[in-house]
Design a binder for this molecule. Structure first.
Ligand code: FAD
Length: 478
């Protein structure tokens, strides 16, 4: 029998449960569909499209050029392809975005009604959300009990599977398919940006299964033991840089989990436990999205629905372009623009600055990240922004407002990170690198820093804007 293997957010050959199951059945036809029917605002952003282009090419190489790439609505395409290819069944790994769940349910029903087989597997989570509930049958809302009690205490994650011993491809002739159902190929998807924005991306990333394996290996060899402290220092290469690879499924969380577990005794040092719990935060984000599917669009804590966010296009633009005059914020926003990534600590700092110092809605930040991050992920991005805004489950309380100066001085002591992304400040002494406005005129002049000329003056007063945020929160409480 012939089966269709539908690749989605699992662009890998190793530890791919759906691919293994399809290969066990017999010959396969591997396909990818660029779904142009995604709901408003959920089509892939620019950086994700760049990644996808390269990741599909890498997967196609692994499959010896057999990947068939389509563009269209899977609800229409899949039944048509099942007929055209005379397939008995289709295999996929589950996705957890609410709109994809609905789409997949509809496809499954349609196929089963027409006597095709449809098999779905878990290829991207350590613990599937529907299986983890509190004793009273309701979902957890707080990370620690969710992770420690609901997950770790109940069941260890599945051990990674070996890749299929052999992949046999079915011979199919696409010329017989109606034109709308013919594969278009990767290039025809036009995923690369038209302006020259991505030139730096390739110096930072290698999309695909090999790139994912390299990052995991490098992390294990060089950074894992130091993770607990190094993960907070943006100028260090202290984290695994696996997030886009995990998002596109070029590595499974199970592979990452057990690569770490098998290599280190977890009791050996705190770093290993901390790293595993970060994978746990990814799980928790998917868990929240699954159980509370409105959270990409609505505050988890609906008290904030009445909050009076400011509309301020000029400040928003300054934030997006890394021109706020607050060095650590600008460095982060420029890292994002240049590399498609931002360090986690700095995501929290720029997020807090947008939502609290500028009082601009977290949705604006979420949308900008969605377009610019190579790891843009509905679950983690939504959870991250709601956490930062104080509107989320298990979030930082609203009144905890990051002070970007203190954050900079603590986590980027010598200003290495700021100097890298804000080269116009590079010659300032350490003492002033996070607050160039305090530098005496001779020192600023010596360093070539001319505020308001080659680097902006701060667009808000940090102290006053902090108080404004606290007052706005107080008003909401009353
Ligand atoms: P590591 O420190 O090496 O962690 C390993 C893995 O654990 C990561 O790859 C990631 O999958 C997971 N992880 C780590 N921290 C978190 C976290 N706080 N929440 C969820 N998963 C986590 N992550 C995304 O993958 N996509 C996003 O769109 C995204 N948006 C964010 C927005 C905001 C405002 C914030 C504060 C955080 C966001 N994060 C997002 C989480 C986090 O910043 C990134 O996962 C992390 O920086 C990726 O780098 P890394 O792979 O080197 O992480």
């Amino acid at each position: 029998p012939v089966s269709i293997m539908w690749f989605r957010q699992d662009l890998r050959v190793k530890d791919n449960p759906a691919l293994n199951a399809a290969c066990d059945e017999g010959k396969i036809i591997p396909i990818y569909i660029y779904d142009d029917n995604a709901p408003d605002g959920r089509a892939l952003g620019g950086a994700s499209n760049w990644w996808l282009h390269h990741s599909l090419n890498s997967l196609n190489d692994r499959l010896n050029g057999h990947l068939k790439v389509f563009k269209g609505d899977p609800k229409a395409l899949i039944p048509a392809l099942m007929e055209a290819y005379e397939a008995k069944g289709i295999y996929w790994n589950r996705c957890y975005e609410p709109w994809q769940i609905n789409r997949d349910k509809a496809i499954k029903k349609q196929l089963l009604d027409n006597e095709f087989e449809a098999h779905s597997s878990n290829g991207s989570l350590l613990w599937e959300p529907m299986k983890v509930l509190k004793k009273d049958g309701t979902p957890y809302r707080v990370f620690t009990p969710y992770y420690r009690k609901g997950c770790l205490n109940v069941e260890p994650p599945r051990y990674p599977q070996a890749p299929p011993a052999r992949i046999t491809y079915a011979d199919v002739d696409d010329s017989k398919n109606s034109k709308t159902y013919r594969p278009c190929g990767i290039d025809a998807l036009n995923l690369l940006p038209s302006l020259d924005w991505d030139s730096e991306f390739k110096n930072h990333w290698k999309p695909g299964e090999d790139g994912a394996a390299d990052n995991l290996q490098n992390f294990i060899e060089h950074s894992a033991r130091k993770y607990k402290d190094a993960r907070d220092i943006p100028s260090m290469n202290g984290t695994s840089h696996l997030s886009p690879h995990l998002h596109f499924g070029e590595v499974s969380p199970n592979q990452a989990w057990y690569a770490i577990k098998d290599r280190f005794e977890t009791t050996e040092d705190k770093s290993i436990d901390t790293y595993l719990s970060e994978l746990g935060w990814r799980e928790f984000s998917y868990y929240l999205l699954y159980h509370f599917p409105t959270i990409p669009n609505k505050n988890f804590n609906d008290k904030f629905d009445k909050f009076n966010w400011r509309r301020d296009a000029k400040s928003l633009k300054a934030w997006q372009k890394g021109q706020t005059g607050i060095p650590i914020v600008d460095a982060g926003m420029r890292e994002l623009w240049q590399t498609g990534y931002m360090h986690n600590r700095v995501r929290m700092i720029v997020g807090s600055f947008l939502v609290k110092n500028l009082l601009i809605s977290w949705h604006e930040g979420e949308r900008w990240f969605w377009d610019c991050l190579v790891d843009a992920d509905l679950a983690s991005n939504t959870a991250g922004w709601q956490w930062v805004a104080g509107t989320g489950a298990d979030a930082a309380p609203y009144f905890r407002i990051f002070n970007p100066l203190l954050q900079g001085e603590k986590f980027d002591k010598q200003g290495k990170y700021v100097r890298k992304y804000c080269p116009e400040l590079a010659d300032l002494p350490d003492k002033y690198i996070h607050k160039p406005w305090d530098a005496p005129p001779v020192i600023a002049k010596d360093a070539g820093v001319h505020l308001g000329d080659n680097y902006p003056k701060p667009i808000v007063d940090l102290k006053a804007s902090r108080q404004r945020a606290l007052d706005a929160f107080q008003a909401l409480k009353e």
